[in-house]
Ligand binder design. Structure first.
Ligand SMILES: [Zn+2]
Length: 286
């Protein structure tokens, strides 16, 4: 592996509806010039999907991959947090987790592969940087090579209505939720240090998340009971150049022969080798 080759990778993310609680940042005040109407279909609002939810979603997928390979994953919480009282923590430890940071007592001091990637124990930096996704409704202005997406900002209203017949379903409470509809774009991940097992774990986790996209546990963000956060995802072949990366998102064009060759090369020459490294790393134990 020429490690420098795989420092920046992209995951294609598609979702009909994504609700990141209240934390989508929009530029509507710039776009609207003070005349913004929530329900105006002409509004050209873009924004940013912060990386927190994306990161948790990916991490959970990676934990599953480690567990399916008979390893244990770092517990994401601190061992002294309140959930320990509720037996939740010890239940998690029985279900494929080890106490966060216990794995740091290994020889190289890197911990398990999950801790190595995500960091966070005693201020350790994670070796994968998860960037936010910038989205825009105007496809021609989306730069996929910079980890951007086409997406349409929507503000949804949820009314909690009275159950009393005499009230004629009068709203008791009204909540506004920020959402992104018809999202299609790139999530840019950068490795501060690349290791073959990192790439293999990413590739397998993205496959896992795609296959389990309607599992409640593996949907992304909020409103999951209502079909929010069902994500089609795939790792964009890291061998693609920028032109090929853009072509992935061009609905009018398919793969070139060169891209097909690169797909075969990726599968046969790289991924298998990386998966071997992942198996080895997990076998070493946490
Ligand atoms: Zn660990």
């Amino acid at each position: 592996m020429k490690e420098s080759d795989f420092r920046d990778v992209f995951v294609r993310i598609r979702s009909d509806l994504l609700i990141i609680d209240d934390s989508i940042m929009t530029d509507r005040h710039h776009a609207s010039n003070g005349n913004y109407e929530d329900d105006d279909p002409q509004n050209q609002i873009g924004g940013i999907i912060p990386a927190f939810s994306l990161s948790g979603w990916l991490r959970h997928g990676m934990e599953k991959v480690v567990q399916e390979r008979d390893g244990t994953a770092c517990h994401p919480g601190e061992s002294n947090a309140n959930f320990r009282k509720d037996d939740v923590y010890s239940r998690d430890l029985d279900a494929g987790y080890h106490p966060k940071g216990d794995c740091l007592e290994d020889e190289d001091g890197n911990g398990c592969v999950i801790l190595d990637l995500f960091g966070g124990f005693g201020n350790r930096p994670g070796k994968v940087m998860r960037r936010p996704i910038k989205f825009s409704p105007v496809r021609s202005s989306v730069d996929y090579t910079r980890g951007q997406a086409e997406g349409h900002y929507r503000r949804l209203n949820r009314n909690i209505v009275s159950r009393n017949r005499g009230d004629n379903r009068e709203p008791l409470r009204n909540a506004e939720v920020d959402a992104v509809a018809n999202l299609d774009g790139c999530w840019h991940l950068s490795f501060r240090e690349t290791k073959p097992e990192f790439i293999a774990l990413l590739a397998e986790a993205i496959d896992y998340l795609d296959a389990h996209q309607t599992d409640f546990m593996h949907q992304l963000g909020g409103a999951r009971n209502f079909g929010g956060g069902i994500v089609d995802c795939e790792l964009v072949n890291p061998l693609y150049n920028e032109t090929e990366l853009r072509r992935v998102f061009d609905r009018g064009k398919g793969e070139t022969q060169k891209m097909e060759e690169k797909n075969e090369k990726w599968e046969n020459n790289h991924l298998h080798e990386f998966e071997g490294a992942l198996a080895e790393r997990i076998k070493e134990g946490p």
